[in-house]
Design a protein around this ligand. Structure first.
Ligand SMILES: [Zn+2]
Length: 277
């Protein structure tokens, strides 16, 4: 049984919401009506959508360049419960793009630092930090407690693992990947369009691909794509708009071009094993 790693601020006495379940079904409080007024004014969200967000549970796997903006926007939108999976500590080279962290956070656990920031941003939401990497051993249990997953990892092993576990568990998720000044994003609702493995096959050999450690990444690229991932989660929770299903959206920041690539129907062995084909 995984237990969220509790944040115990040495000099802070944070109080977390005690009931994210039933209480969230109630009318919005006067303070919530003000805090979320700009959400509520959007016709596609409204009061009912805000209540859905407050009841929503989203797991963000990876609290780095993509996870930082995704987490900020999920928290300020009022997504009631946000899980964060990351076993790393903040490094100096992270600060160029991982906007959750400051120079004061160096060497701190990312989950610890992220929880601190997000709770101060919006004490209305419950942050559930998991200070560990996402693995084949813990992944199924992690995703099973959430409505939607944001895959914001930085390596192919983790991306395929999140995909396979979410497909098996039938948990919708949004994938994004970045490199240099380019990125891509797609949403997967198991059985409704291609999954990550349907499109990309298998984990590539190390000599076939580059990583951000080798060729870098401009911070605004994960900034843009992590924000899109948060928008996909909000749309899913509120049932509004059209998700990035069966479509891969690519972003070329160098030439300021977004492209949309139509994807095939589910066709991989993982989708087949999950009886989605
Ligand atoms: Zn598939």
């Amino acid at each position: 049984m995984l237990v969220p790693w509790p944040f115990r601020g040495a000099d802070r006495n944070f109080r977390y919401p005690t009931a994210v379940g039933k209480d969230r079904m109630k009318e919005l409080t006067a303070i919530q009506k003000i805090r979320y007024s700009r959400n509520i004014l959007v016709p596609e969200i409204g009061t009912a959508g805000q209540q859905k967000l407050l009841r929503g549970r989203v797991l963000v796997v990876g609290a780095g360049g993509l996870g930082s903006p995704a987490l900020f926007y999920l928290a300020c939108a009022g997504v009631g419960t946000i899980g964060i999976v990351d076993g790393d500590r903040v490094e100096l080279s992270n600060l160029q793009r991982q906007i959750l962290y400051t120079s004061e956070d160096l060497d701190d656990l990312k989950t610890h630092s992220a929880q601190d920031k997000l709770h101060r941003l919006n004490p209305d939401v419950c942050i559930e930090p998991y200070n560990e990497p996402f693995t084949a051993k813990n992944g199924r249990e992690l995703v099973s407690g959430y409505d939607f997953v944001i895959e914001a990892t930085d390596n192919f092993e983790a991306k395929f693992l999140v995909n396979d576990i979410c497909i098996h568990a039938k948990v919708p998720f949004c994938h994004a990947g970045i490199l240099g000044m380019f990125g891509q994003v797609m949403t997967i609702v198991p059985g409704q369009g291609a999954c990550y493995r349907c499109v990309f096959g298998n984990i590539p050999e190390p000599d076939q691909v580059s990583s951000t450690d080798q060729v870098g990444a401009l911070g605004v690229v994960p900034g843009a794509l992590g924000s899109i991932q948060a928008a996909e989660a909000v749309k899913f929770l509120t049932g509004s708009g059209k998700l990035l299903l069966g479509r891969l959206l690519t972003y070329d920041a160098l030439n300021s071009i977004f492209r949309e690539i139509e994807l095939p129907p589910p066709c991989c062995d993982v989708c087949r094993a999950a009886k989605l084909i």
